[in-house]
Design a protein around this ligand. Structure first.
Ligand code: GLC
Length: 420
């Protein structure tokens, strides 16, 4: 993997996913039209009344930065077809709602101002556009409606629309760091989107942009299609051993994970993951060479739910102390230790101790390989002296904690300076 333009992404490790749109009004997630077979007409009141009076993306951007996130990806159009940007190719856009503004532009400006990299999610699926074929589609809200059973649409004209919108997004908003297409299935895949031509346009408009892998190509192939993308995007799961291609080579990946059980705002869903779980998930990703894109679903008024902000704040507290074990780090190339995980950046090895156990912490095979050990949270020295009872384990190094409890029960990070 020697794509230079991927460097910042591989170092960043932690980003914010933002699913926001008029589906925040029904507040049952962004698939509500599909799940409840909602027609364009029945969905229209959400468009007519969308009025995010508290939308201030500077607040979102600050929350992301303070959480330790380095980039963000926001929905510019989701499957419902609603555009948060001021597209010249549709009326179905934020500027025609009571919001009356280009919500995408404000997002870009605010996140840039906080020093974060900026990404656009764009749904290649469209449940509103008249040319999008409905007959034979597994997901369209009208798939079972008799009036649409022969609706063949016009895929090639729809693809023109898709291309024109992507061109706008990558022309009118300055430098864009990530484009996150979503998603392909059945015959709605690859060249159905005219994906080769699309990706050539994307690369020409935004040299250095990073593209996800959901246009339908096979990123794991020995010779991936031009549209196979730059990173794999496992969803709501962390791959057991990272992601490798058919040749066994590691490839970049980013797990996208919700904080509760929905991407879009869901008012009844209070199944929040604790900050401890988020921290451990982030560390798991990094230890396997991947990123974590953590989702928030703001309300129709334009606010990230308080529960999310609290979790993000706590995660930021841990990263403030332990960020050196995450940013720029990756797979340490060592077997997973019993007590937790390793991450590594050059000659810095980070022991993430999740399970204290009893006695000294065993660093298998590292005897005489560690110059010194420190508690990363405060740079205080940890003793590497061989304990009296370790004589039978001459190849292993040991760290001694005086206390029976770990200093940080989410994840206590020990920085080990490797000496060779
Ligand atoms: C999906 C979904 C979706 C969500 C997403 C995030 O496949 O259709 O609603 O935006 O991927 O990964």
């Amino acid at each position: 993997m020697d794509k230079d333009y991927m460097r910042w992404f591989l170092d960043a490790r932690f980003g914010m996913f933002i699913h926001w749109g008029i589906y925040a009004i029904p507040a049952r997630g962004e698939w509500v039209r599909n799940q409840e077979s909602i027609s364009n007409e029945a969905y229209q009141p959400n468009f007519d009344t969308f009025d995010p009076i508290h939308y201030n993306p500077a607040i979102w951007a600050r929350a992301a930065r303070q959480a330790g996130m380095k980039y963000a990806v926001m929905t510019t159009k989701h499957h419902d077809g609603f555009c948060l940007f001021d597209s010249q190719h549709t009326d179905y856009k934020a500027t025609n709602t009571p919001a009356r503004r280009d919500l995408t532009r404000e997002y870009v400006d605010a996140f840039r101002a906080e020093g974060l990299k900026v990404g656009f999610y764009y749904s290649v699926i469209d449940w509103h556009h008249p040319d999008y074929p409905i007959a034979g589609d597994r997901f369209h809200p009208m798939r079972n409606h008799p009036d649409y059973k022969d609706h063949a649409g016009n895929m090639s004209r729809y693809a023109d629309y898709l291309h024109a919108q992507v061109k706008e997004l990558l022309t009118n908003y300055g430098k864009i760091d990530v484009i996150w297409f979503d998603f392909s299935y059945d015959d709605r895949s690859g060249e159905a989107w005219r994906a080769t031509e699309l990706v050539k346009m994307v690369r020409a408009l935004q040299p250095g942009i990073i593209i996800d892998n959901r246009l339908g190509g096979n990123i794991k192939a020995a010779e991936p299609e031009i549209y196979a993308g730059d990173f794999a995007s496992p969803e709501q799961i962390i791959p057991a051993e990272g992601v490798t291609n058919e040749l066994g080579q590691p490839i970049p990946w980013e797990a996208c994970i919700t904080l509760n059980d929905h991407w879009g705002y869901a008012s009844q869903d209070k199944n929040w993951k604790p900050a401890k779980t988020v921290v451990r998930t982030l560390v798991e990703c990094v230890s396997k060479g991947g990123n974590l894109l953590l989702n928030v679903g703001p309300t129709a008024k334009g606010e990230i739910p308080d529960e999310c902000l609290d979790i993000l704040d706590e995660v930021g507290g841990w990263l403030h102390e332990n960020g050196a074990s995450v940013y720029g780090c990756g797979n340490a190339g060592l077997p997973k230790p019993e007590w937790g995980r390793y991450t590594r950046r050059g000659d810095r090895l980070y022991a993430h101790i999740l399970d204290r156990g009893i006695g000294p912490i065993n660093l298998r095979g590292l005897q005489n390989k560690v110059a010194y050990a420190r508690l990363l949270a405060d740079d205080s020295e940890l003793r590497l002296a061989r304990p009296w009872n370790a004589a039978e384990y001459p190849d292993d190094a040991f760290i001694t904690f005086a206390s029976a409890e770990l200093p940080n029960d989410w994840d206590t990070v020990v920085e080990l300076a490797l000496s060779d």
